[in-house]
Design a protein around this ligand. Sequence first.
Ligand code: AMP
Ligand code: MG
Length: 431
Amino acid sequence: MKESYVDFAMIDFETALKEILDHAHPLPTTSVALSGSLGYVLAEEIRAREPVPLFDSSAVDGFAVRLEDVENASDENPIRLRVQGVIRAGDSAPVSSHRKRLIRLPLEKNCTIKILTGALIPEGADTVIMREFVEEHGDEIIVRRAVRQGENIRRQGEEFEKGNVVFSSDTLITPPVIGMLATLGYMRVRVHRKPRVALIMTGNELRSPLSRLRAGQIRDSNSFALLAAMRSIGIEPLSMVRTKDDKKVMKAAFSAALKRADVVISVGGVSVGDYDFVKEALVDLDVETVFWKVAMKPGKPNFFGVRGKKLIFGLPGNPVSALISFQLLVKPALQTMMGIVWHAPLSFKAVLGEQLKKKPGRLEFVRGVLSLNSEGELIVMPAIGQDSHMMGGLAKANCLVHFSKEKEYVSEGVPVIVTLLNWSNYEYSSR
Ligand code: AMP
Ligand code: MG
């Protein structure tokens, strides 16, 4: 039996998000080279195979000493030490300054070895004095300052002992994570594969931005915006096609997309217009409807369906609606599939700088510009251009103001809930 439009009531935004997250699961794992792992999520726990740091080394340029020789140094009691030689980063042992001969260790009484940042602490030395704190006179230094035991030494294993867990298996691979993995000697890592995403733009009016437009035609901007939004979270879509508002053509496009993609995202044609065939085409292709209308603004007509493990999103065509729907509903699903443990974005209060009005019945995400006033308070102003087709307003915004579903009015000066607009995976979450 064919599903009819009236079967699907409008659901709340929170319910829609929960439905999506319930249907999205981390994808199978694969192994990637460390150099290509940026933006993936670890699917294995990473332990230190060696202590980090690997050996005791100097944190500064200075002189390696035995604490007992310099313990009582002060202006009244200057202490002289003989400089036996030098050890540099990468040297396995210190060498004498003149004849470049290896120095016998352990370090002798009242002697010191010049040491450079990152160099191995010579046996017998237990403290490093910064170069700035000694006087250098040829083969001698004079110390006039009390020294703490172990000063300026980076200890072997002080950050991680061998066997310690360094990263849990759901860690997003960022530049510092890559740096740490390289330190630990991991040249390949196990990660979740990224979702294969197919994009379908619907609409007779759409043209490539390169073409000459006839009256009534517009440039397809959504495909560019959505491609960029996906790249911002590390996903390179499989394909992008434009279709006419023709059920047969749309069906063929969805059918081809469903063969290869984990996630199909269409834009436009999902409302109740005479030429909005997306839902019918999907139902014909055995896509099970989860919801079709969400009580949010922008983004009311918003289809979400599943076929097996594949997720299908039918976003509304208005550019702001498409991008906000992507950000608030599609991105959490893609992130979950990538292995990111999804958390609600961090919300906080800011003082509204200008009154808000709307009809009750939908949660409105007002595009806002957040700034600090002279008293250091957070003030949020609605961006100019709040209609769903006004991309300029979204482009200027740095946050979304939550204008609750049943409210009709919020006056200036009242604290409101805002969420930062963040196009990346590096979520300021409420963890
Ligand atoms: P629809 O959801 O198909 O009813 O489209 C709603 C509005 O968004 C219409 O004004 C469309 O022309 C516009 N629109 C749909 N798709 C795109 C697109 N890919 N790029 C720019 N505007 C679009
Ligand atoms: Mg359309």
